[in-house]
Design a protein around this ligand. Structure first.
Ligand SMILES: Cc1ncc(COP(=O)(O)O)c(C=O)c1O
Length: 360
């Protein structure tokens, strides 16, 4: 261990992102990116920003992007916070709003970054087990706590809570900050944004990485009561006044404004998800009911890691989490219709050949 390191980081275990190999022809279904390109309006907005003004710092407030988000939701700029991807927004929310005397609560199976932020900022947490069907029961969270964090839809399960369930949770926990991570909400779940005016303790976090096909741009945002947003701004301005560069601000704004492209591409992803679900069930997979752009699946006979390995040999990447309760599952991002067909074709080969080996 390096004696030049600060003591506080010696025990940290960082989050491991899905791999991003640069291999030609790879079908990449391992990191929940959008299989479609960003809107053409985004590409032209980015091109128009490549000019001499790059010598200037960007707007530290990101007013134009905040205004576009505020208009989309009928809110005010004071209700919006911007960050370098929703991961950064989440990190600031943990830092600014979730360090209290009592432990915060989140599910035992959820986004792997939450315990990492807790370790980084010294926040106590308790995990609440999902039930046997991997569902969240909001009544389990109605107990003394230092805050509640729920991904909705949850990751990696893809299962979503309804807005009315979230309303009950907010009504029952008026003194807790409730963070709803809506990274995947646009693929068919109900957003909690419309509850923001009723609940000053609600912070909703969204991203342009998934439904707006801009994972490479790094822009995320939080929506909440202006008091919560003020706390996030204090942390941000103690950390980096310009988390979004000029290109990210312009590209994210163009993506938010191009509603028709957004609606068309997310519908294509939803259609492919439904098709893929039926196909995978036909091959013998159990598929959790997903409202996200990925499926969480387990095969009745073949071990998940073996299937992952065989897919990789055919240039198809999917994600496996070697963690309690989910180590026999694979998380498969929904690709284009063509990519989904290639995946199913490969899986039919793998499952048949493996089953015949078992029989012999
Ligand atoms: C549940 C969840 N929240 C947040 C994020 C972060 O997304 P980004 O930082 O790209 O906005 C991810 C990324 O995969 C995610 O799965």
């Amino acid at each position: 261990m390096n004696e030049l390191w600060s003591d506080c980081i010696r025990s940290l275990e960082p989050y491991t992102p899905g791999e991003q190999p640069s291999i030609a022809g790879l079908i990449k279904l391992n990191t929940n990116e959008n299989p479609y390109p960003p809107s053409p309006a985004v590409l032209s907005a980015l091109q128009s920003m490549i000019n001499a003004d790059l010598r200037l710092y960007p707007d530290p407030e990101g007013c134009a992007l905040k205004q576009a988000i505020a208009e989309m939701y009928g809110l005010r700029q004071a209700n919006i916070f911007l960050g370098n991807g929703s991961d950064e927004v989440l990190a600031h929310a943990f830092h600014a709003l979730l360090k209290h005397e009592r432990p915060i609560l989140f599910p035992d199976v959820t986004y792997g970054f939450y315990p990492v932020y807790c370790a980084l900022y010294g926040i106590e947490f308790e995990t609440i087990p999902l039930d046997d069907e991997f569902q969240v029961h909001i009544m389990d969270y109605i107990r003394p706590n230092g805050g509640i964090v729920l991904a909705n839809p949850n990751a990696p399960t893809g299962i979503a809570l309804s807005r009315s369930q979230l309303r009950i949770l907010l009504e029952k926990c008026p003194t807790s900050v409730v963070v709803i991570d809506e990274a995947y909400v646009d693929f068919g779940a109900e957003s909690a944004v419309s509850l923001v005016n009723d609940f000053p303790n609600l912070l909703v976090i969204q991203t342009v990485s998934k439904s707006r096909a801009l994972a490479g741009l790094r822009a995320g945002f939080a929506i909440g009561n202006s008091d919560l947003i003020d706390a996030l701004n204090i942390v941000k301005d103690c950390f980096n006044s310009y988390p979004l560069d000029r290109l990210a601000l312009a590209g994210a704004e163009a993506a938010i404004c191009d509603l028709s492209y957004f609606n068309a591409t997310r519908q294509q992803v939803v259609n492919s998800r439904e098709w893929l679900t039926m196909q995978l069930m036909d091959i013998g997979f159990s598929v959790l009911p997903s409202k996200a752009n990925f499926l969480f699946v387990m095969h009745k006979l073949q071990p998940a890691q073996e299937i992952q390995h065989q897919l990789r040999q055919r240039n198809i990447l999917v994600r496996h989490f070697p963690k309690p309760r989910v180590s026999n599952f694979l998380r498969i991002s929904v690709g284009t219709a063509e990519q989904c067909e290639m995946l199913v074709h490969a899986l039919r080969e793998i499952i048949v050949s493996d089953t015949s080996e078992v029989t012999c």
